[in-house]
Design a protein around this ligand. Structure first.
Ligand code: FAD
Ligand code: FES
Length: 486
């Protein structure tokens, strides 16, 4: 095996519930994993760092996002190629192989394949904080709701957020993200909502009387095709991590900071020994602290801006623990052949150009990229929603109104897919979408209107904070454009 075995046994906050020990094979060799672990996490914990090789340059590729949003972990599982092993749970006797090129198909399909149709009043794609809040609200008001999510752990990004939230009681102030996920899932189940895991929505197939979506559910025995039809859909598909261009950026050891969070906080696997973090926004700062909780030595945080982007309370915490936050610095290159063995950082001038002679070598085996997120808008754009570019919201986003409806009637959105923000504001947007749909369908319309107004007021207040002011500006641009196109 290529790397160190790295399961975390002792953590100040987390008690990892890994479940039953199971055995599967990787390239013919026995690997131990656990029933609550993904295949990619179990491989990483056993020392595997190279998951595949790039098609064009044959570069080694390893873990990156950990949430099914890139192509770094594609492998052949039980003969099926291109399986995203970071969202595939370990099962006893599974055969996992590093795949050659774009993947070999099985000679004969021996997997179970069935097709089912599901008709629901309110369908929600994505069960993170936004989707869950939309589902709970719609169901509470009387609209039958189904949430679909491709991960096998429900809760979106909340399940890796060990820090306590800020804000008011409605925003779960002082509660850890992981506990918020549990609370939301319990509420959904108490109101009678359904949550389907391991199911990816892969395409939009138009609107007759209702919108139609195609989903693929992965079972332990094979695949099930699911055709969903619904008059109202909320897409709450979240966001993906941005990449950064530098020599060696493909090497195993260069991971998304959120991917690193998943590895250590969801699966209890230590991602490396010595880390460099690129980006001092909230994700970079929080991950630095969480890496230290997991026993990783954080050598530095390099930030290209002349100021820290995240909350100062997070920055002070890591500074107090001796981690230097180097402003106007970036990464020049990652060193190593098969995986990261070091990094070179460099100072930048006010025009973002590297200053010659300021290079510093760092002895690290882990480089976390925390340079922002981009909304995961594929499904909405494929469906034909009108879009616009809004830098303050993270890039291209579907144009929407204050009720979270897009230019396609009955198609709503909420959370990071409508602009990068926070879990607390994602929940408010979810509430607005859920209440709007229930109200329009005639379920307790007065209550629905009240819930919607209250959530809109909370959002307005939250976006007055200095950190969310740019979001408020971005949303105003979207609403202005909405008035022009609607
Ligand atoms: C990698 C990452 C790390 C983050 N870390 C922090 C942090 O440490 N602290 C903090 O305050 N904020 C953090 N955030 C921001 C915060 O978590 C988000 O603002 C919040 O989770 C957004 O909620 P959401 O419901 O919009 O999306 P998410 O929580 O991302 O949920 C989206 C869900 O949609 C599912 N999905 C996507 N596409 C499909 C599809 N086609 N079919 C089925 N399911 C699908 C995904 O599996 C996922 O569960 C992070 C965000 C990301 C992306
Ligand atoms: S899709 Fe698995 S690491 Fe990105």
């Amino acid at each position: 095996m290529e790397g160190k075995r790295s399961r975390i046994e002792d953590h100040p906050i987390l008690d990892f519930k890994r479940g039953k020990e199971l055995t599967f094979t990787f390239n013919g060799e026995d690997i131990k994993g656990y029933e609550n672990e993904s295949v990619a996490a179990a491989l990483f914990a056993s020392g595997v760092r190279v998951f595949r090789r790039s098609l064009r340059f044959d570069h080694p590729r390893g873990w990156f996002c950990g949430i099914g949003k890139c192509s770094s972990c594609l492998m052949r599982v039980n003969e099926v190629p291109n399986v995203r092993t970071c969202i595939t749970p370990v099962r006893d006797g599974m055969i996992v192989e590093r795949q050659e090129g774009s993947g070999k198909l099985p000679n004969k399909s021996e997997t179970e394949k069935t097709r089912e149709q599901k008709d629901v009043e309110t369908l929600i794609v994505g069960g993170g904080p936004a989707g869950l809040a939309a589902g709970i609200t719609a169901e509470k008001l009387g609209s039958e709701t189904l949430i679909i999510d491709e991960n096998f752990h429900p809760g979106g990004q909340l399940i890796k957020q060990t820090h306590k939230f800020f804000g008011s009681r409605e925003q779960y102030a002082s509660v850890r993200g992981i506990s918020i996920a549990d609370k939301l899932l319990e509420d959904l189940s108490n109101y009678g909502g359904t949550y389907l895991t391991r199911t990816s929505v892969v395409g939009y197939y138009g609107k007759g009387k209702k919108h139609t979506l195609l989903g693929v559910q992965r079972t332990d025995n094979g695949y099930k095709e699911l055709e969903f039809s619904a008059e109202n859909i909320v897409v709450a598909s979240g966001a993906q991590e941005n990449y950064l261009d530098f020599p060696g950026n493909y090497l195993p050891g260069v991971y998304g900071a959120g991917g690193v969070q998943t590895l250590m906080n969801v699966y209890g696997v230590r991602p490396g020994q010595n880390a460099l973090i690129i980006g001092a926004g909230n994700v970079g700062l929080i991950v630095a602290y969480q890496l230290m909780q997991a026993g990783v030595n954080v050598k530095a945080i390099a930030e290209a801006l002349p100021h820290i982007g995240g909350y100062l309370v997070h920055a002070s915490k890591v500074s107090r623990l001796g981690v230097p936050i180097l402003l106007r610095h970036s990464i020049k290159k990652a060193k190593g052949k098969r995986q990261v063995t070091g990094a070179t950082i460099v100072e930048l001038d006010e025009n973002w150009q590297e200053i010659e002679g300021t290079e510093k070598d760092l002895d690290v085996d882990l480089i976390c990229i925390a340079v922002g997120l981009s909304p995961s808008t594929e499904l909405l754009l494929q469906a034909g929603c009108k879009r616009m570019f809004v830098g303050e919201l993270g890039g291209w986003i579907p144009i929407h109104d204050r009720s979270m409806e897009t230019s396609l009637s009955g198609m709503y959105l909420a959370g990071d897919v409508s602009g990068i923000e926070e879990a607390s504001t994602a929940m408010m947007e979810g509430k607005i979408a859920g209440a709007t749909i229930a109200g329009k369908r005639g379920h307790k319309p007065k209550n629905a209107e009240k819930i919607k107004r209250e959530a809109q007021d909370h959002l307005k207040k939250a976006r007055k904070s200095p950190f969310l002011k740019p979001v408020a500006k971005g949303k105003k641009k979207v609403w202005k454009r909405w008035n022009e196109v609607s």
